[in-house]
Design a protein around this ligand. Structure first.
Ligand code: NCD
Length: 355
């Protein structure tokens, strides 16, 4: 691979310490979105109100189009595989009346192929676009992108923003926002909710961001159950944050202890691509498999979420079909919400007239 992709994926980038993202504080315009730590309760409220409004207006609109970002351009820079994040951002930008641009044959055939570093590639994108959606294998890569874009802003007197689409095993802030919106949408609030995260809590960036966001939003109301094999436990640093927020935490390797009292089941994939040793992956990959017989133990009004993609952690394609037919499975609604939340976020940071 290119020099950019060949270094140790688990080494956090130094910009994680060097760069502090600006808090939203009720004003999204021109802010980079790289961590859930930028959000407070009020910011989520503003974003979720805008999301609900966009969803309603879009479903009512004949053309499936709202002109909130007309004349704006977003670039997608994806150094890692993606389906939902990539396509939902593309669709979001187009449904806002904006344009989306990407390297014609994927980022691997941009100058990244010639060895260009992230700092330069991201500034090239910033010269052409108003927003850059970045997915990269290094933890802290979006912090690095924000740092260099701030330097570029001084040179071009314009404010391109970076939006993280996933920072290696670090964070995935927009996924957490859409997950929160989905929980809010189905459960109408967070009061007395028991939320259970299951699977690869060590390497899964979606559960890192979601639990951090829950600690910032619903710490007093939510009981958070963390179910994983011992080798894939939630990192200590994040656990410490959750405990500091006085969140009720239950850590267990036994799903049956908690599934019957859970309101929101958040299932995840074992992140095969993060394992250096295939034997280590093989040893844990089948630790938790969601099957119709497992879902049968859940409350009748529980919801089952999954950021997807799914592999064998939801059994065979035939099991998928059975699970999908259960009204408690909401991962496709969760997926669609991803586009609405990203529309609201893009409109907000790009200063869309209303929302
Ligand atoms: C997740 C990701 O890329 O972190 N997918 C997503 O963005 N919807 C989850 C995963 O890959 O397991």
């Amino acid at each position: 691979m290119t020099p950019e992709n060949s270094h140790d994926l688990r080494l956090p980038n130094r910009f994680l310490e060097l760069y502090t993202p600006e808090k939203i504080h009720g004003d999204f315009v021109g802010k980079h979105i790289i961590s859930v730590e930028q959000f407070e309760s009020n910011d989520l409220k503003i974003l979720f109100d805008a999301t609900a409004s966009i969803r309603k207006r879009l479903k009512q609109s004949d053309r499936g189009l709202l002109e909130l970002c007309a004349g704006k351009i977003a670039v997608t820079l994806f150094y890692e595989a993606s389906t939902r994040t990539d396509m939902s951002f593309q669709a979001a930008m187009r449904r806002l009346g904006g344009e989306i641009v990407a390297a014609s044959n994927g980022v691997q055939f941009s100058s990244v192929y010639k060895g260009e570093n992230l700092a330069d590639t991201v500034r090239a994108a910033g010269c052409y676009a108003d927003a850059i959606i970045l997915r990269h294998p290094d933890v802290g890569s979006s912090y690095e992108a924000a740092y260099y874009l701030d330097k570029l802003r001084e040179q071009i007197q314009r404010k391109p923003v970076i939006i993280s689409g996933g920072d290696g095993v670090g964070e995935h802030p927009t996924q957490a926002l859409l997950d929160m919106f989905t929980i809010f949408d189905f459960k109408k609030g967070f009061d007395d909710l028991t939320i259970t995260l299951v699977g690869d809590l060590k390497n899964g960036r979606t559960v890192h961001s979601l639990s951090k966001l829950l600690a910032r939003y619903g710490a007093r109301d939510v009981t958070l159950c963390l179910v994983s094999p011992a080798k894939l436990k939630m990192p200590e640093k994040i656990l410490a944050e959750l405990k500091a927020a006085n969140m009720r935490i239950v850590e267990t390797e036994d799903l049956s202890e908690v599934i019957g009292s859970t309101d929101v089941i958040y299932w995840t994939r074992v992140q095969e691509e993060r394992f250096a040793d295939p034997a280590e992956y093989a040893a844990v990959k089948d630790s938790f498999i969601m099957l119709p017989s497992v879902l049968a133990q859940a409350k009748p009004d529980a919801i089952l979420m999954h950021p997807l993609p799914r592999k064998n952690e939801m059994g065979t394609p035939a099991d998928h079909d059975l699970l999908d037919a259960d009204p408690r499975s909401v991962y496709f609604q969760q997926m669609e919400n991803g586009m609405f939340v990203r529309m609201a976020l893009l409109a907000k940071v790009l200063g869309g007239l209303w929302v």
